[in-house]
Design a protein around this ligand. Structure first.
Ligand SMILES: Cc1cc2nc3c(=O)[nH]c(=O)nc-3n(C[C@H](O)[C@H](O)[C@H](O)COP(=O)(O)OP(=O)(O)OC[C@H]3O[C@@H](n4cnc5c(N)ncnc54)[C@H](O)[C@@H]3O)c2cc1C
Length: 407
């Protein structure tokens, strides 16, 4: 008979819950520790704007969206393997099996039908509890030590509790959206154990723009739908939202960077088509009125042209159309970590094995956003987390059996 071992999972994000799901199918005793009083805070936040769980790209294409593990050709294969082991289709099926329906939205993105994460988290927790997983909330892990002789790992908590474990899975998340007054403290656990850590930086975050007061009074909150942003980093089409400080939205997250950028406000029409449409008006109208009448420009785009462009271009149809095709803006500063969707940085990937175990601490596994990888929005973040959660759960199981994981 297999010996019943004690496993700790620290964190209750998608990585941790998936690792717990795998390990709860074994005979081992699984305990989950979470520093907050509720589970899955960031998933709940993600759900407030529509929980985008994954996306329909084939795995080979999907894998190309990750940085970090992709930096070397071997590492790119590593992401592909992780995603093949627990693919977008596996994840969608997993959610459906929990009784939560999903649907495919625009641009191949999958969402949970109720858009929020609360139902998914509730059902997931119920299933884990039915499998005797113990939840310890309000328990912040502040230190770990490993004993090479006994192979035990001791976990120390803020309230003075300690637990001795046979294996530990850390899934402590990244540094984005953490309240300023309660900063992330987990990096200390690893830095004091000489584990290499890269400082966190904001990723998938908005940028600041110096708007004129008249413009922002008129345009705050307006969307620029189906526009195309170009920067030195590349080009991305999608929706951008005008905010009081600057711009947010998928194209900004994907290719935004400090400095000069251009927005094509009518990417489906060529400059010649724009000019010819504007010139077709018989009445004696100003270029701006012609554009308004003929080009179906959104209120946000019209406000940009009216308030944020050089006055001169408004006097001439050709200059105005050139501006519509390549509206110049300067992104002055990235918004801070507290407002970012994700973060880059975290535990250095060189510190972990292919099974997501710390090389220096056998029995200590980790995954998810706490590792130094990053991905764009579009379901890549959550998918990366659950795929890693699956692999690290399997890796932990195999470690406890003295085997390599049976992927
Ligand atoms: C506004 C917003 C919208 C988003 N929308 C999407 C989206 O639609 N699609 C998508 O794919 N991704 C989205 N994301 C990103 C996604 O939520 C994260 O990538 C994902 O939750 C990371 O999962 P994780 O398991 O790595 O960690 P987290 O979900 O961050 O979980 C880590 C957990 O560990 C706990 N913890 C930390 N330190 C300790 C400690 N010392 N002791 C005990 N517990 C600790 C934390 O309290 C937390 O509950 C969004 C993020 C934000 C902020």
């Amino acid at each position: 008979m297999t010996e019943r071992k004690a496993i700790a999972i620290v964190g209750t994000g998608p990585t941790a819950l998936m690792a717990a799901d795998i390990l709860s199918q074994s005979t081992h005793h699984v305990s989950i520790f979470e520093k907050r009083k509720g589970i899955g805070r960031k998933l709940l936040i993600a759900g407030s704007s529509g929980l985008n769980i994954t996306n329909d790209l084939p795995v080979t294409e999907f894998a190309k969206h990750y940085s970090g593990l992709n930096r070397t050709p071997e590492a790119s294969v590593a992401w592909r393997k992780t995603l093949e082991t627990f693919s977008p289709q596996h994840w969608i099926q997993f959610i459906e099996d929990l009784g939560i329906s999903t649907f495919k939205g625009t641009s191949g993105r999958y969402f949970v039908s109720e858009m929020k994460a609360s139902g998914l988290l509730k059902k997931w927790r119920e299933r884990l509890e039915q499998r005797n997983v113990a939840f310890h909330l309000n328990e912040e892990c502040v230190k770990f030590t490993a004993h090479s002789k006994t192979k035990k790992i001791d976990l120390f908590f803020q309230d003075g509790q300690t637990y001795s474990m046979d294996a530990v899975c850390f899934a402590l998340g990244g540094a984005s959206y953490e309240p300023q007054e309660n900063p992330l403290r987990w990096p200390k656990l690893f830095i004091e154990n000489q584990i290499h850590f890269h400082d966190f930086l904001p990723s998938n975050s908005g940028f600041e723009v110096q708007w004129t007061p008249q413009f922002i009074k008129e345009a705050e909150g307006l969307p620029l739908k189906n526009v195309q942003l170009s920067s030195a980093k590349g080009t991305r089409r999608g929706e951008i939202t005008i905010t009081h400080y600057g711009l947010e939205g998928t194209p900004i997250y994907a290719v935004g960077e400090e400095g000069d950028v251009r927005i094509d406000l009518k990417p489906d029409l060529t400059i010649d088509q724009l000019i010819s449409k504007c010139s077709a008006v018989r009445e004696n109208l100003s270029p701006m009125r012609r554009a308004k009448k003929q080009l179906n420009l959104s209120d946000g785009a019209l406000a940009l042209l009216f308030h944020q462009s050089p006055r001169l271009i408004l006097n001439d149809v050709k200059s105005l159309c050139e501006c519509i095709k390549a509206f110049p803006l300067q992104l002055t500063r990235r918004r801070p970590l507290e407002e970012a969707i994700s973060s880059s940085g975290g535990i250095a990937l060189e510190e972990i094995t292919d099974e997501f175990m710390l090389k220096k601490f056998p029995g200590v596994f980790m995954g998810g956003e706490m590792l130094n990888w990053d991905a764009p929005t579009g379901g890549f973040l959550i998918q990366g987390c659950v795929s890693q959660g699956y692999s690290l759960g399997k890796g932990t199981q195999a470690y406890l059996q003295g085997n390599r994981p049976d992927f």
